[in-house]
Design a binder for this molecule. Structure first.
Ligand code: 13P
Length: 256
């Protein structure tokens, strides 16, 4: 069975109430003009403060799913500033982004903590979007593939084949994030092919053929068509270009 493409918008730390409403309304209008049978799975990942509003705006719009940008894997309790899976599920959140390079680098998140989150997310019936990617230094010193293999192997530790098949991976080379300099589509395709080989080795070729692997890093309406034409790339995880409804809708169209 062909893998259904995903276009996911990671808002990061952007959008107040008014901006969030304008963006969600604009996306809903844009996709109302599209052929639903050809649409990719559309995901938006607002900040926690905009989740309630986004949930409310899309509650009758099955073509958009919600993701959270983070979660704490503990069920409840004294974790000041954190949000639990129960709280996210209450807002109909279906996906959780984990292992983003911004969280790994700025908040010192370890592979072990990311694995803990992945297991908790799957146990709750939600889907992790597991991010991986190399720094420019790692790329230039030729360790990209081994670095990513290690990140993915550790993130998927003790996760069943069935849960792995449901999960989503996002390959986001750090040097391409927010720089305007997207990874060459063929090179992104090659690297994602390597990730698929890692999944095949950990589980089986069948699971590797099922898991969806996205590319992220300066994806724009002008790059998406070539990216989506690559056989290994199942969609995009998009930051900057997901913050305006017209460009986000263009990205959705680019994946149709
Ligand atoms: P940009 O699309 O802004 O480069 O961000 C990519 C990203 O980090 C998505 O998670």
């Amino acid at each position: 069975m062909a893998r259904r493409p995903i276009i996911a918008g990671n808002w990061k730390m952007n959008n107040n109430k008014a901006q969030a409403k304008e963006l969600v309304d604009g996306i809903m209008y844009g996709i109302s003009q599209l052929d639903a049978s050809k649409m990719p799975e559309v995901i938006i990942a607002p900040t926690y403060t905009a989740l309630w509003q986004a949930y409310d705006l899309i509650k009758n719009e099955p073509k958009i799913a919600l993701a959270a940008q983070n979660v704490n894997p503990n069920p409840s309790g004294a974790y000041t500033g954190e949000v639990s899976l129960d709280m996210l599920a209450d807002f109909n959140v279906k996906f959780v982004i984990i292992g983003h390079s911004e969280r790994r680098q700025m908040f010192n998140e370890s592979d072990e903590f990311i694995n803990e989150k992945a297991k908790a997310i799957l146990a709750k019936g939600l889907i992790p979007i597991i991010c991986c990617g190399e720094t420019l230094e790692q790329r230039e010193s030729g360790v990209t593939d081994t670095h990513i293999a290690s990140q993915i192997t550790k993130a998927l530790k003790d996760i069943s084949a069935e849960d792995a098949a449901k999960s989503v991976i996002a390959y986001e080379p750090i040097w391409a994030i927010g720089t305007g300099k997207s990874c060459d589509a063929k090179e992104a395709n090659r690297t994602i092919g390597e990730i698929r080989k890692v999944v095949a080795k950990l589980y089986s070729q069948d699971i590797a053929d099922k898991i969806r692997i996205l590319y992220g890093g300066s994806v724009k309406p002008s790059t998406i068509v070539e990216q989506m034409a690559q056989p290994e790339i199942d969609g995009g995880l998009i930051g900057g270009a997901s913050l305006k409804a017209d460009s986000f809708v263009e990205l959705i169209k680019g994946a149709m």
